[in-house]
Design a protein around this ligand. Structure first.
Ligand SMILES: [Zn+2]
Length: 140
């Protein structure tokens, strides 16, 4: 599927709400976020949009205690480097669990949440975050 002719704002919308990345048909490379040029093939690449499953695991993480403006109500919060099932890693907030409960290798899935509180510009941002999914190996 070609992205040609799709309005820019709709592309942004889809990228933000569907966890959209790129798959290059020339080399099979998978990237996040959506790109117009394959970093492997450059001008010979055939990049197209790929909707990720949203499933992944925590690759590494940091607990943020001092928030930047607009994030105050979220502290402390966890920012994780999430390894997606499809391969790419994305940086995202990990929600729905205590920062102490987050561990490397924890299974997570994408969900859509408020990204930050209303700032001076009056804009509330929404986008994807990751939340824990039940880990069968943790059950007795
Ligand atoms: Zn490529």
């Amino acid at each position: 599927m070609s992205m040609r002719g799709v309005p820019f704002h709709w592309r942004r919308y889809r990228e933000r709400y569907m966890l959209l990345g790129t798959k290059c048909e020339a080399c099979g490379g998978i990237f996040f976020p959506l790109r117009s040029i394959c970093p492997n093939c450059r001008r010979d690449g055939k990049p197209g949009p790929l909707a990720f499953s949203g499933k992944g695991t925590v690759y590494s993480f940091t607990v943020i205690h001092v928030a930047s403006e607009g994030f105050e109500t979220f502290t402390p919060y966890t920012v994780g480097l999430i390894q997606l099932e499809e391969g790419p890693k994305v940086t995202s907030q990990v929600v729905d669990c205590d920062p102490e409960a987050v561990y490397i290798g924890m299974p997570v899935e994408a969900c859509f949440r408020k990204l930050r509180d209303q700032g001076k510009d009056g804009i509330i941002c929404y986008g994807f975050k990751f939340r824990p999914v039940d880990d069968p190996s943790k059950n007795e």
